[in-house]
Design a protein around this ligand. Structure first.
Ligand code: HEM
Length: 407
């Protein structure tokens, strides 16, 4: 019999959901990277054990489900709140929402138990969940089952499991999707690719990979990342919020309980802010000779809105920008990527970035649909440097007690 998690995987594969990617596809490698970054911060050593076994599939199935169920406007009840009063039998969204929580708790609650077990054996490494559990225990709550907070304000298990998992649900597919869009924009804009490669080659040279210290000297490259985030924000409708109280904004009355959606897509496609908004033009953010500011923060000093705004601004924006910078700069520096050639036309097969429906998935986090490319090292020297870095990364993993990756 299938468990909830397995059912979800099977169902998503059957439905061809955008959330499940064949393991051998390059999308899967990108996603594995972004997942491991956020999971290591949150779950420490346990993250790596999970990334190396079947639970990873469950995680992706849960993410796929989350992105479908969480998509604003996916169900009629989002637009017509009166429908929320219907009984379960007429409210499939409620059943799906409940199932989503069951699957999530099976997974995230299981991880929490694993880390509790590691702590009791004295075998834990620092991570968000482990540190929190230890501190909670030192303050008299070795056990705090249930949801909500203890009377003195500590997260109980269910809330802690969700808080930790939010980082994964919010940080993995969003960052992976941006990397996949970036490569697609590069394939579709060879002149931009040539220009950004020339910048990286002249600053970094052939003898080493780019590092974070190169960032101020790579303004065009940073502008390319920002333009990707603007042209193709992964969370195109932001995250819906609920009005805590009656509010009047610009003459509009917003009753308490209303769902308020910040439409990132509409802002980024506003020709008054971004002339010719559908064009991919890194030059919008580029001032030759000056470092390109990320300028994504919730304050006034910003020039795009991909991470939301205000009190609930994305908490992972710095991690996201750093991940995008390091992964994409190293790909551009060391790896050639090419689209397959259509035998009939002799032209490369590149998904049309202007065709939103065909090229990108729907869902709460919109990602490019799978597309194929081939990768090869740009030179033998690049290949040697990349392999050496891989070996060093594996050694670092092992030093902290984590399992090495499979070759
Ligand atoms: C390109 C990558 C990313 C994009 C486009 C993105 C976008 C967003 C957006 C639009 C929000 C909602 C803001 C609002 O409600 O107004 C959000 C919230 C959030 N993000 Fe990100 N995010 C990204 C990466 C990450 C990463 C890497 C992490 C964690 C390591 C993360 C953690 C969070 C968390 C915890 C929240 C909830 C904040 C709250 O409700 O208070 N995000 N993100």
């Amino acid at each position: 019999m299938l468990s909830h998690g397995d059912y979800s995987v099977a169902q998503n594969l059957k439905e061809g959901s955008n959330g499940v990617v064949p393991e051998e596809h390059w999308f899967s490698l990108i996603r594995r990277y972004t997942t491991s970054i956020v999971m290591t911060v949150t779950y420490g050593k346990r993250a790596h054990k999970i990334l190396n076994n079947h639970r990873l599939h469950k995680i992706y199935a849960v993410l796929a489900n989350f992105t479908t169920v969480g998509q604003p406007g996916n169900y009629l009840a989002d637009a017509f709140p009166i429908l929320r009063k219907l009984p379960d039998v007429l409210a499939p969204w409620r059943i799906k929402g409940r199932k989503m929580h069951e699957w999530e708790m099976e997974l995230w609650g299981g991880l929490l138990d694993d880390i509790q077990a590691d702590i009791s054996k004295g075998d834990s490494v620092p991570c968000y969940v482990g540190s929190y559990l230890k501190q909670r225990a030192e303050n008299g709550h070795a056990e705090a089952p249930g949801c909500g907070l203890t009377e003195d304000g500590w997260l109980r298990d269910t809330l802690l499991a969700y808080t930790a998992a939010t980082v994964l649900e919010a940080g993995s597919d969003t960052t992976a999707s941006t990397m996949q869009s970036f490569i697609l924009f590069m394939l579709s804009h060879p002149a931009v690719l040539e220009k950004v490669r020339a910048e990286i080659d002249s600053v970094v040279g052939p003898d080493r990979m780019p590092t974070f210290d190169d960032e101020p000297n790579l303004p065009y490259f940073v502008a390319c990342i920002k333009e990707t985030l603007r042209r193709r924000p992964p969370t195109i409708m932001g995250i819906p919020h609920s009005a805590d109280e009656d509010e009047v904004y610009n003459g509009w009355f917003i009753p308490k309980g209303s769902t308020v959606i910040g439409n990132v897509w509409a802002i980024h496609m506003d020709p008054a802010r971004y002339p010719n908004p559908t064009a991919f033009q890194p030059e919008r953010f580029y001032v030759p000779g000056n470092p390109t500011r990320w300028a994504s923060g919730p304050d006034q000093d910003r020039d795009h809105y991909v991470f939301g705004w205000g009190r609930r601004f994305c908490q992972g924006s710095y991690i996201a920008e750093a991940s995008l910078f390091i992964v994409l700069s190293r790909i551009l520096w060391g790896i050639d990527f090419q689209a397959p050639i259509d035998e009939k036309t002799g032209k490369p097969i590149i998904p049309d970035i202007a065709d939103d429906e065909r090229t990108f998935s729907d869902g709460f986090v919109s990602i490019p649909k799978l597309y194929n490319i081939s990768f090869k090292p740009r030179s033998e020297k690049c290949e040697r440097i990349i392999k050496k870095a891989w070996d060093e990364a594996q050694a670092a993993w092992e030093e902290t007690g984590m399992m090495p990756d499979e070759r």
